[in-house]
Design a protein around this ligand. Structure first.
Ligand code: TRP
Length: 455
């Protein structure tokens, strides 16, 4: 426990790194990365994704955490403080407010997918999947999606779990959840990779993920790769800004950034190496899309030895990964409400409730509204409410907020001020990062949007 009334903080450097890694490692690494890589042809996509991590999303990730540490408040308030220190007349807090809206948008579909993972975990625990026929698995997914109430209830259960953790103070809730779940997640993941290597076709998986196949370079591919890089690091909605505000000045940010990005990448690749060997060994297509994890994999779990147990471990892993991310998504709004003297439990319940209400849009998109395209009249035909929310947040809000963070750190604040906020960073490393944040990342994001509009 911390002294009452003090601004919250993590107990140690490691606690911060675990929390931030927990935020980064999530459904995006397992569910998102494997299906986006699968749909975009593997190797070539992975390469662009790596470049996007190193030169765009990674540097912006560090910028966001730094803004939080400098501002020591919720995102809108932290940005207002920094703005006041410069005398700029632009409205910096609006970037923070858009981020708060973004957290709810991400949570709205995150909760539905995490809810399905919890449901599948329960089925596996009851011995399900073992020996099931393909049609039984397909029916399970179809029945779940045909039942909006079940989807909404599981989403609500997941958000209740999230809210319960966030209700506690930082050290007892968020910090402890990461310290318990993250090591377990790593152990389960390594176990799954070993199992897949033993049972599946590891060679085909490695070739698929790292080999070069035909790459179809298009502005769309770049946008997806950059969007995925931002999403997987969780940059752009203020979650990291909020965690950054809880970190001590002794955290060496460049080093912490390196380790968190490395862990995140490791989990994405390991998830690929856990999933694709089974996919290839069973001869199903790797391009199944969002259904890969809930449709393709369970069919495989039904066939492999010990499938029900493996399935349980897999869905438990997915749930843990999702929870340590969703607590970071609930934190910014809860911190903002705390500034308005709303207690953490009340704030957490309110915002989790809001996320559940919004999640009904995704539930509807998966259930009755599969062919309903709300913005078809605006040229966005073929996109359900879920598609619009997911792509709107990953491909627009995240990169644009990331751009704003880079411009704030790289241009709006004075170089000496930024340098002084990173006293322990080695000179050359600082210069490199600063140059990327000033020039490379903003130019890359701008080029991306021009490309998306023109191409
Ligand atoms: N990074 C998480 C994942 O890969 C999701 C996540 C956490 C996120 N915080 C975020 C996504 C902020 C966007 C913005 O699953």
């Amino acid at each position: 426990m911390q002294a009452k009334g003090a601004y919250p903080s993590f107990t140690s450097r490691l606690a911060f790194i675990i929390a931030a890694a927990g935020s980064a490692v999530g459904l995006g690494n397992v569910w998102g990365f494997t299906y986006v890589a699968g749909q975009n042809g593997g190797g070539g996509f992975v390469l662009i994704y790596l470049l996007a991590l190193a030169f765009v999303a990674g540097p912006a990730f560090m910028a966001e955490m730094l803004i939080g540490r400098m501002g020591k408040a919720s995102p809108p308030t932290a940005l207002a403080k920094l703005q006041a220190s410069t005398g700029s007349r632009l409205r910096w807090p609006s970037v923070g407010w858009i981020g708060l809206i973004g957290t709810l948008m991400v949570l709205s579909f995150y909760a539905v997918i995490a809810g399905q993972a919890m449901y599948y975990g329960l089925i596996a625990l009851e011995g399900g999947f073992g020996g099931w026929s393909e049609s039984a698995v397909t029916k399970l997914d179809a029945d779940f999606k045909a039942n909006p109430w079940a989807m909404a209830l599981w989403s609500a259960a997941f958000m209740a779990f999230t809210a319960a953790i966030v209700s506690f103070d930082i050290r007892t809730g968020i910090e402890r959840a990461g310290k318990v779940m993250m090591p377990l997640l790593f152990i389960m993941l390594i176990g799954l990779v070993a199992y897949s290597g033993h049972t599946g076709d590891m060679g085909a998986a490695v070739n698929f993920l790292f080999g070069f196949h035909e790459i179809n370079f298009s502005s769309r591919l770049f946008l997806e790769a950059v969007g995925q890089a931002f999403f997987t690091l969780g940059v752009g909605v203020g979650g990291l800004m909020t965690y950054g505000s809880y970190m001590g000045d002794d955290v060496r940010l460049p080093r912490a950034t390196f380790w968190i990005v490395a862990m995140d990448l490791f989990v994405a690749l390991a998830a690929g190496l856990a999933i694709f060997p089974l996919v290839f060994a069973s001869g199903v297509e790797p391009t199944a899309g969002p259904g890969l994890v809930f449709l393709t994999l369970p069919i495989i779990f039904a066939e492999v030895p010990g499938g029900a147990f493996v399935a349980f471990i897999f869905f438990l892993l997915l749930t843990f990964a999702a929870v340590t991310s969703s607590i970071s998504l609930l934190s910014p709004t809860v911190q903002r409400l705390a500034e308005a003297r709303v207690s953490r439990p009340v704030a957490a319940c309110l915002m989790a409730g809001a996320a559940v209400m919004l999640s009904l849009l995704t539930v509807y998109s998966f259930a009755g509204g599969r062919g309903v395209y709300p913005l078809a009249a605006f040229g966005l035909n073929g996109m359900t409410a879920f598609d619009l929310i997911r792509e709107g947040v990953s491909n627009f809000i995240l990169p644009l907020s990331g751009l704003a963070y880079c411009l704030i750190i790289g241009w709006a604040l004075k170089r000496e001020v930024v340098r002084a906020a990173l006293p322990m960073a080695e000179g050359r490393l600082f210069t490199l990062w600063y140059g990327v944040v000033r020039f490379i990342a903003p130019l890359a994001i701008t080029a991306l949007f021009i490309g998306a509009v023109v191409g």
